[in-house]
Design a protein around this ligand. Structure first.
Ligand code: AMP
Length: 394
């Protein structure tokens, strides 16, 4: 993607408003339980510090829905950032109020100020132009480094770019490099694995990937709608009866495009939605009444692994089974292990597949794990993301 980054502009002495994703999980005492989002924002912030910028950070945290709520304050983030950067990060008491004005007007080169949670104002998610203008008035340049919210047209993710020159930070640059390259110029064979609950959530992605991949592998709850469309019994498995025609159309499209569409040949079914439920592996054509498909079976795992070993680029979005229950996590874990060892560019499209890889302790074995669930899905769909579109072209 041809978007300018912080490297392409002179930031010396400039006030730079950086939209980060500091939406970190916390325990009931406000302790941050996973600081990865903060850590991954450091390269951009450090670069700006080293190059003499005056840094004004902003982010959302949770869903305060336009109200000031203490439990959604960015105070714990300011503390963690100070620790990580080795300097005091000053937290404004508000977003566009007196405190923010004062701190941002007195800021010096290399200093860092954090504004309070942008979602304390409803105008943020409404992308209110006046609010965006006020936010922008603190700075000379806008840097977007929050990929997780790039698919939202909010004031701090896109609106401010109407008033300031806008470029990307290093996190967004990395997302665009990996995912953009995979989609525009993949090393082939290019294989995509799509899992997750429903076909309806992934129609756009399937449709768009059928234009680009050599092989499309389907797993998860989605598969049963395809089986049903082929005329087979799916028992109590997740199945979208109103999407049968669509599943047929997608199979026909794959054929017409010469894309190898792979569906499970066996499935692990359970009696009930329970972690200890009785389970067995059956052929996809023989799902018994009263049973529910929760994972791909052994034959399918083998077949998918063979295909993945031949790939040169792999994009994976969505677990291929109910991986939260150990006995139905076998498929997802096997795919994760296989991908960790293939000689290919491996890209994980955020969300639950990233969680599964994390759980398996394999995070460092992939070329790229996207930081945005919804955003990466929309990116793979070929949609234009407002937080990216608003950035200057190179
Ligand atoms: P998604 O958000 O669409 O990627 O779906 C992820 C969720 O789908 C996870 O919570 C998985 O446990 C769930 N899932 C995947 N396969 C199945 C299945 N066969 N039956 C029920 N849930 C599933």
């Amino acid at each position: 993607m041809n978007k300018k980054t912080v490297r392409d502009i002179d930031v010396k002495g400039k006030k730079v408003l950086v939209r980060c994703d500091f939406n970190v999980p916390q325990d009931e005492n406000g302790n941050i339980t996973d600081n990865r989002r903060i850590v991954s924002s450091l390269p951009t912030i450090k670069y700006l510090m080293e190059n003499g910028a005056k840094i004004i950070l902003c982010s959302h945290l949770g869903r305060p829905k336009g109200e000031v709520k203490k439990e959604f304050s960015l105070a714990p983030v300011a503390k963690e950032l100070s620790k990580q950067l080795g300097i005091e990060v000053k937290l404004a008491k508000d977003v566009i109020g007196e405190s923010a004005k004062e701190l941002t007007s007195n800021i010096k080169e290399g200093e860092v100020v954090l504004l309070e949670n942008v979602r304390f104002h409803r105008e943020e998610t409404d992308n209110d132009p006046e609010f965006a203008k006020k936010l922008a008035s603190f700075a000379d340049v806008f840097v977007n480094d929050a990929f997780g919210t790039a698919h939202r047209a909010h004031a701090s993710t896109a609106g401010v770019a109407n008033y300031l020159p806008a470029v990307s930070g290093f996190l967004i640059e990395k997302e665009l490099n990996f995912m953009g390259n995979a989609l525009e110029n993949p090393e082939r064979p290019f294989v995509a694995i799509l899992g997750g609950k429903k076909v309806s959530d992934k129609i756009g992605v399937i449709d768009s990937l059928l234009e680009k991949v050599d092989t499309l592998i389907i797993g998860g709850g989605m598969a049963y709608t395809f089986f049903k469309a082929m005329g087979y019994n799916v028992g109590n498995s997740i199945c979208e009866l109103d999407k049968l025609d669509l599943a047929t159309e997608l199979m026909e499209k794959a054929k017409a495009k010469g894309v190898k569409l792979m569906l499970p040949v066996d499935t692990k079914v359970g009696k009930e939605f329970d972690k200890d439920t009785e389970s067995k592996i059956v052929k996809y054509t023989e799902i018994p009444d009263g049973w529910e498909g929760f994972d791909i079976g052994t034959e399918t795992i083998k077949m998918y692994e063979e295909e993945l070993k031949k790939a040169k680029t792999v994009v994976w979005n969505g677990p291929v089974g109910l991986f939260e229950f150990e006995q139905f996590a076998v498929g997802t874990n096997s795919i994760a292990k296989c991908l960790a060892n293939v000689d290919a560019i491996t890209i994980i499209g955020g969300g639950d597949s990233a969680a599964a890889i994390e759980k398996a302790g394999l995070s460092d074995k992939f070329s790229h794990i996207s930081t945005g669930g919804g955003a990466s899905l929309e990116f793979l769909e070929g949609k234009k993301l407002p937080g990216i579109e608003c950035l200057q072209d190179k």
